[in-house]
Design a protein around this ligand. Structure first.
Ligand code: NA7
Length: 545
């Protein structure tokens, strides 16, 4: 960016630093950010807790782990050669393929040499006089830098419920969020799974046919759409490769960060019931997440929402043979799409197997773990293996788990009653600190690849402009932040989204303040706002010096 940036002159002189930028996290966001900063000739270094790149796809290697956005949308667009070289094998890529892709990107752009693996960033402190961050890592010596970019992911701090007697269980205990690299042999074993969100559904579907006995402990049933996953043919791949320019243009212009041609672009309430039903059949046949945002009013109009919810409940009743089991699997306590929808390949059919039991823990609460299993509703069920698919401290967990201080104030204290950000990119009082896909940006409500690339490009443009203008400090103005937080809350309150006890609301973490965290206005609207704010190097709402 060459446009002049509006500034306020101050006397502070920037000190020498180890790096221009420290990036925390080597998932897709951190990798792309490193690449972009290198292109700009800036020095950047990445710290990553895992021992390789890949973020989400490094950690979540549980059986059946798979992305639920079609592979070609869920991929980098920034390098045309990269997208022409890489052959996606399935409509929805499994975790091993996504990890391979991340590793390929790391090799292709020679990223690893600027990444310290197995290194956790534990703290960072802002020095106002020197205008630098001092970043503490474990292991390692503290380093200084001008800017910090948190590419720490939105679902990266597992939530590990403190079940009574958890430590008494003598069998194998795994979390989907840190499943062993060498997959344990579950053949013939008695396995219990707790949690029926996306990770639980995928795990249950994958292990159902293999294990001896499977007990699923369900607290809240999920809405799920069939994936209709399939292997891609050369012809499929060629078609995508020939049209990548158009695909990416549409993805970046879409509310949810991908456009698979399945949006109706009208309100269901404006159509006849027959028209809506015909369209629902078409979506169901097509599969995937499109169902949840096919019509503009699904999350605005309770009647429309219920029509869609009832359609999927009907499908569950068709898919599950035992009506009593089907009844337990019906989501009835929240609007459809107000909790993250799932995409499955035969999940409900697992309950037609003789070796599978569904325990509704709202009726039979988990009392305790014991040496050889779980006691729920007064009954002991024996398990050799227990798998916990209990989710994450979403959106804020990875940020507040770092001890971030500026002027003696801790970011986690500032956020004690919910995140306070400007654009989901920065937080006032914490200069030169940025988040990629942070809370109060569209983030988890979109195709993460689109949101990641957008944020990285926006930030890179900002940092380049600051460097070229000789600026060393940027901070969100408190009044701009206040307005952004209020706008986020107001927009969310106008939808059905806050009605669910979802991780979007922080409701899955005991004691966490309930605030709707992502920006619900859509990627298209959000990007238009951010472009306006950056217009002509003006950076409205920021103080630059
Ligand atoms: P989710 O979607 O947060 O699912 C976690 C599941 O674990 C969900 O069914 C929870 O029930 C259940 N849970 C959480 N804590 C408990 C306790 N204490 N007891 C019983 N059951 C519990 O996480 P996932 O990993 O499946 O998916 C995360 C995202 O990854 C997903 O949305 C996609 O974007 C990809 P609850 O619903 O809270 O009643």
């Amino acid at each position: 960016m060459t446009a002049m940036i509006a500034t306020e002159q101050t006397k502070a002189t920037p000190a020498d630093v180890d790096y221009d930028v420290v990036i925390v996290g080597a998932g897709f966001a951190g990798m792309y950010q490193l690449h972009r900063l290198r292109q700009l000739g800036m020095s950047a270094h990445v710290y990553e807790t895992g021992d390789d790149v890949g973020g989400t796809w490094f950690w979540n290697r549980y059986p059946g782990a798979r992305v639920d956005i079609e592979s070609h949308h869920y991929s980098f667009s920034f390098d045309k050669d990269l997208q022409q070289e890489w052959d996606w094998k399935e409509r929805y890529s499994p975790q091993p393929e996504l990890l391979k892709y991340a590793q390929h990107v790391a090799e292709r752009f020679d990223l690893r040499k600027d990444i310290s693996f197995s290194t956790r960033v534990s703290a960072m402190d802002w020095d106002e006089d020197a205008r630098t961050w001092t970043v503490t890592t474990d292991p390692g010596e503290p380093v200084t830098c001008r800017h910090v970019i948190l590419a720490t992911g939105t679902l990266s701090v597992p939530q590990k419920p403190k079940f009574d007697g958890l430590e008494d269980f003598k069998g194998e205990l795994y979390y989907t969020s840190s499943y062993p690299k060498d997959a344990p042999d579950l053949k013939g074993k008695k396995v219990g799974v707790i949690g029926t969100g996306s990770s639980g559904l995928q795990t249950i579907t994958a292990i159902g046919p293999e294990v001896g006995e499977l007990t699923v402990y369900q607290r809240t049933p999920s809405f799920s759409m069939p994936a209709h996953n399939h292997e891609l043919t050369d012809e499929d791949r060629q078609k995508v490769k020939a049209n990548y320019d158009e695909i990416r243009t549409k993805d970046f212009a879409a509310k949810v960060g991908f456009d698979d041609g399945q949006r109706a672009n009208v309100h269901a309430a404006d159509l006849s019931p027959d028209e809506v039903r015909a369209q629902q059949d078409k979506f169901y046949e097509y599969g995937g997440l499109a169902f949840g945002f096919a019509y503009g009013d699904i999350l605005l109009n309770p009647q429309t929402n219920d029509t869609f919810a009832e359609y999927l409940r009907e499908k569950i009743r068709e898919r599950v043979k035992d009506p009593k089991v089907a009844e337990k699997l019906l989501p009835t306590t929240y609007p459809i799409a107000s909790k993250r929808m799932c995409v499955d390949t035969g999940y409900f059919e697992v309950y037609n197997q003789d070796n599978v039991e569904l325990v509704d823990i709202r009726e039979q609460p988990i009392e305790k773990f014991v040496e050889n299993g779980i006691v729920a509703g007064g009954k002991l069920r024996e398990h050799d293996v227990i798998i916990l698919a209990t989710g994450f401290d979403a959106m804020t967990g990875a940020i507040t788990s770092i001890d971030i201080t500026a002027g003696g104030e801790k970011l986690k204290d500032k956020w004690a009653h919910g995140p306070q950000t400007y654009l989901g990119l920065t937080s006032s009082g914490y200069p030169n600190l940025f988040m990629i896909t942070g809370p109060q940006s569209p983030s988890v409500l979109t195709n993460m690849m689109t949101s990641i690339e957008y944020h990285v490009d926006w930030l890179s443009r900002l940092l380049e402009g600051m460097r070229d203008a000789g600026l060393s400090r940027i901070e969100a103005r408190p009044e701009a932040e206040e307005q952004w937080v209020r706008a986020n809350n107001d927009i969310a309150a106008g939808t059905l989204m806050p009605q669910a006890n979802s991780w979007y609301m922080g409701a899955n973490i005991p004691g966490k303040e309930r605030v709707f965290m992502p920006f619900v206005g859509g990627h298209d609207t959000y990007a238009a706002i951010c472009e306006g704010i950056a217009l002509a190097g003006n950076y409205h709402g920021f103080k630059l010096s």
